[in-house]
Every structure is written in structure tokens, then in C-alpha cells.
Design a protein around this ligand. Structure first.
Ligand SMILES: [Zn+2]
Length: 271
């Protein structure tokens, strides 16, 4: 076996949701955010409709998922953030105002990290085990900052398709890897001037099913990344449901959270 999963299972699968709401837009385009109600409302679909639709889906499927939530989103959409927590899902850190860390120096990034940790603790009583960088943007010093701030894992890098370690001056940090194939944004999000068209959910179901089947054969860790303002749309929630039902036809899939994968990975290293 390429990677050993608990109880002899063949692969792991995590549904992860990045609950950005308006935060990424506020950080990247602060001037436009002062006037563009259209852009703001597109993103407000997440807290207004998407999150609860996804929570109902997870409840129907009896699945725990991992939500990565920026500090700004926790403060401005606290009831939804509490419902995520209270439904038993994992809450991880995802920037303060969804900062693209490539635009920050090390001191600024450290300060942003401390702000988001304080908000998660104060507002939700959550000390997150995991971090997902906004836009999967990671500096060479980021893993060391995460390690020194008590994070157990990061989930933003693409260097493998099973859990691995990133070397930092503070010791190794567990990485739960992601990949573009399994991100809803490039498939479904309309961006003027971008080359990608809005994908047919049927085609995406086929693509993600094929990726899952192949990853299952490779003992992989299948991490799906979706956004409530993008995948909270009706046909896309139906797509996730169809995907999970397809995955459940396979034997030996461990449906779990990023945190549990990280715990397992650390245990495996010790034994
Ligand atoms: Zn995000």
C-alpha cells in the first residue's frame, strides 16, 4: 500500500468548504467594494443561502466536513459560523480578511495570523487545528509561522496526494494537500475576461468521480474544496450529493475531516 489508512481502509475523503463570503473581494478590491453591490451580493449568497443548504446536505448525508473561515466572515456572519460549529463540523482558519499572503511581508502575515486566531477564539471558542491559506497562496515562511502558532496542519499545498510533511525551522508541519482539479472556483465561477466557462455539473460530476476512483486506487486523500457562494447553488449541491453517493459505492473509503487525517498522519509517524 502506498499510504496506510486506519482500519485497513483504502483511501480517505474530505469535503472542505471555504466560507469566504465578501472577505476576498474586500481585500483584493477595497475601492470597488465601496460601491459594487453586485459583487457583494454575489458573495453574500454564501451566508444567506449557501451555508445552510450545505449544512442540510451534510446532515442528510450524515457527514462531518471541514470549513475554513476567515476572521472577517466569523465577525460579520456569526450566526452562520456558529451553526457550522454547532453542527459538529471542523472550523479552520482562513486568513483574517482573506489576505493574499504574497502581498504581505513576514511581520504582516504574523499579525494577520494572530488576529484571525483571536477572532476564532473570542467569537466561536475555537482553537483551530488547521489552516488553509486564502487563494492557496503560501510564502516560504508560512509553514513555520503556522507551526509556531500551534497549528497541527496546513491544507493549501499541492506537493502530494496523500498527507505529507513540510519542513519548517520549528519542526515538520503536516500538510493535507489540495489540487485545482477538485476546486469548484475555476469550474463554476463566472469571471469576466477569464478563459474558463461555467461548467455543466454533469461534466464536473464525471470529472470528480474519475478523480476519486483513480485516487481511491492510489490510496489517496481526496480533498474537495468548495465555496458556499459558488457551490451553494441548487444544482451544485445536488452534484455534491451525487458525488458522495457514487463514492459510497466503493469499499474502504474513510469519510472524515482534515483534522482527523492530520491526527492519523501524526500517529502513523510515531508508530
Ligand atoms: Zn477562500
Amino acid at each position: 500500500m502506498r499510504y496506510r489508512w486506519p482500519k485497513g481502509r483504502q483511501s480517505a475523503a474530505v469535503l472542505s468548504f471555504d466560507f469566504d463570503a465578501e472577505s476576498g473581494f474586500l481585500f483584493r478590491e477595497p475601492e470597488k467594494a465601496k460601491r459594487s453591490l453586485a459583487d457583494l451580493e454575489e458573495r453574500r449568497f454564501g451566508p444567506r443561502v449557501g451555508v445552510d443548504r450545505i449544512l442540510r446536505l451534510l446532515d442528510r448525508l450524515k457527514l462531518r466536513a471541514t470549513f475554513f473561515i476567515p476572521g472577517w466572515t466569523v465577525v460579520n456572519h456569526l450566526p452562520q459560523s456558529k451553526r457550522i460549529r454547532d453542527a459538529g463540523h471542523e472550523s479552520g482558519a482562513h486568513g483574517n480578511v482573506h489576505e493574499a499572503v504574497a502581498m504581505l511581508d513576514q511581520a504582516q502575515e504574523k499579525s494577520v495570523l494572530q488576529q484571525q486566531l483571536a477572532i476564532l477564539k473570542d467569537q466561536l471558542g475555537v482553537v483551530p487545528a488547521g489552516y488553509r491559506s486564502p487563494s492557496w497562496d503560501v510564502n516560504v515562511w508560512t509553514p513555520g509561522l503556522l507551526k509556531s502558532h500551534g497549528f497541527r496542519y496546513d491544507s493549501s499545498l499541492m506537493g502530494n496526494d496523500v498527507p505529507y510533511e513540510v519542513t519548517t525551522p520549528e519542526g515538520p508541519l503536516t500538510e493535507i494537500p489540495v489540487q485545482w482539479i477538485m476546486d469548484d472556483a475555476p469550474l463554476f465561477r463566472h469571471v469576466y475576461g477569464a478563459t474558463n466557462a461555467i461548467a455543466d455539473p454533469g461534466r464536473v460530476l464525471q470529472m470528480w468521480s474519475k478523480e476519486f476512483t483513480a485516487m481511491h486506487g492510489e490510496n489517496g486523500c481526496f480533498v474537495l474544496t468548495c465555496h458556499p457562494f459558488i457551490s451553494g447553488r441548487a444544482s451544485r449541491v445536488a452534484l455534491i450529493e451525487d458525488l458522495v453517493r457514487f463514492m459510497r459505492k466503493h469499499r474502504g473509503v474513510w469519510f472524515t475531516t482534515c483534522e482527523e487525517v492530520a491526527q492519523w498522519h501524526e500517529k502513523g509517524k510515531r508508530s
